[in-house]
Write a protein that binds this ligand. Structure first.
Ligand code: HEC
Ligand code: HEC
Length: 363
């Protein structure tokens, strides 16, 4: 299990550790940024990543491995065919390529063709850089990953279980019993709190901090092409960084971006948490890192392509823009903000013996 080593690499000076197979795409040496006369500068003052949270210190490797298995194991679903990875797959940037997530009762198939009785209200979020977050969910309705993990587990339209069933199912599998003991040496039991803690520990490893943009910011201007650099400057000129603030390209800002509604779906966003009428229709300013493969976009998945999402966002501002602005900003987000080196890792098999989801691109 290389997860911890990979995190160490992504936080340190690890020049060429872009995701396997992606380096040619995300960091092709094109015309160096210098040729744009900007000498490797950024349109904003450079700020460091926030420190990783204390809870990540001294986490036993076994807890992360357990979280990895639970994340993929359909033993955590009422139909024994659905898992966290059904809606958060490494195949689609830790999302699912659907407008809105489809929960239990829809078979093993994940991805664009998945259909079933339980379509949820919202687009499945990517799960990168959650370790840094103050609040979770598109409306800010959860505080910790431990708390959040139990929401889909118990929701009827997602995994549909209850605490007792989870504990009794897992306790019946000796391999899991041993793993819980190793993962929680101070409290070696199969409990719902330990299930949540293992899932949370695993999800905190999904860090994305070593994209081409980060290497550029560290002083290597040649890793961004002229288009990417130009896209970054236009992103700033259009004020995108006010809400999608570097270096994480997200913030705790909640805003109404006039995303088209879906008929029959009632979603008041942030108002549902704060109860303030002025928060109606406001959603989190989500991360723009690693969203090249998470289409469709926005809280209800109503916009299909990244270029159309960028165009929609430009339309919300006051600055006039051109098709070329859309193209360049899309190149910047889609290529310069990618680092999938700490992605979820699909296990070869599961302690429950249940099959993994079938991630079908549908072509
Ligand atoms: C049916 C599909 C589905 C399943 C199954 C599912 N999720 Fe999600 N997940 C979603 C959707 C949709 C959202 C956005 C919900 C919102 O913001 O209200 C989300 C949001 C999240 C978030 C918050 C991300 C953020 O940016 O704030 C986390 C963390 C998360 N899921 C983890 C999990 C875990 C862990 C499991 C398994 C126990 C799981 N999910 C199972 C669909 C799913
Ligand atoms: C006032 C804050 C704000 C500004 C300024 C802003 N955004 Fe956003 N952005 C948001 C919010 C909030 C969302 C989520 C809205 C929703 O889903 O309803 C979002 C969503 C997005 C998405 C979709 C991401 C996904 O995974 O679904 C993209 C792409 C995006 N913004 C790009 C941009 C670009 C490019 C600019 C500059 C033209 C910009 N944004 C300016 C707040 C902002």
């Amino acid at each position: 299990m290389l997860i911890l080593a990979a995190i160490a690499a992504s936080c340190g000076d690890s020049a060429d550790s872009a995701g396997p197979g992606d380096s040619a795409d995300s960091a092709e040496p094109g015309d160096p940024a210098d040729s744009a006369g900007r000498g490797g500068t950024t349109p904003w003052p450079l700020t460091a990543f926030p420190p990783l949270p204390e809870v990540m210190k001294d986490v036993p490797e076994a807890r992360i491995e357990l979280g990895n298995l639970l994340f993929y194991d359909a033993i955590l679903s009422i139909d024994r065919e659905t898992s966290c990875s059904t809606c958060h797959s490494e195949r689609w940037g830790l999302s699912d390529a659907l407008r809105r997530g489809v929960g239990q009762g829809a078979g093993l198939r994940a991805g664009p063709g998945r259909q079933g009785p339980n379509t949820v209200r919202r687009n499945s979020s990517t799960l990168f850089n959650l370790a840094f977050r103050e609040t979770l969910l598109l409306d800010g309705g959860a505080q910790t990953l431990e708390e959040q993990a139990l929401i889909p587990l118990f929701a009827d339209d997602e995994l549909g279980l209850d605490s007792e069933t989870v504990v009794s199912e897992l306790s019946a599998i000796p391999e899991y019993v041993d793993m819980f003991a190793e993962a929680f040496p101070d409290n070696p039991e199969v409990s719902i709190d330990n299930v949540a803690a293992a899932l949370a520990a695993y999800q905190r490893t999904f860090l994305s901090m070593n994209a081409s943009y980060d290497k550029y910011a560290e002083g290597r201007p040649q890793v961004l092409t002229e288009d990417m650099t130009e896209g970054m400057f236009r992103f700033a000129e259009m004020g995108c960084n006010d809400c999608h603030a570097p270096p994480l390209f997200e913030s705790e800002t909640f805003a109404n971006r006039n995303v088209p509604e879906v008929e029959g779906v009632v979603d008041h966003g942030r108002e549902e948490v704060t109860k303030l009428p002025e928060d109606r229709g406001k959603f989190r300013a989500v991360t723009l890192r690693n969203i090249a493969f998470t289409e469709p976009y926005f809280h209800n998945g109503t916009v299909d392509s990244l270029a159309d999402a960028v165009r929609h966002e430009l339309e919300q501002g006051d600055e006039p823009f051109t098709d070329e602005d859309v193209r360049l900003i899309t190149v910047f987000i889609g290529k310069a903000l990618r680092d999938e080196s700490n992605d979820a890792i699909r296990p070869a098999s599961l302690p429950s013996g249940l099959p993994l989801s079938i991630d079908d691109p549908g072509q």
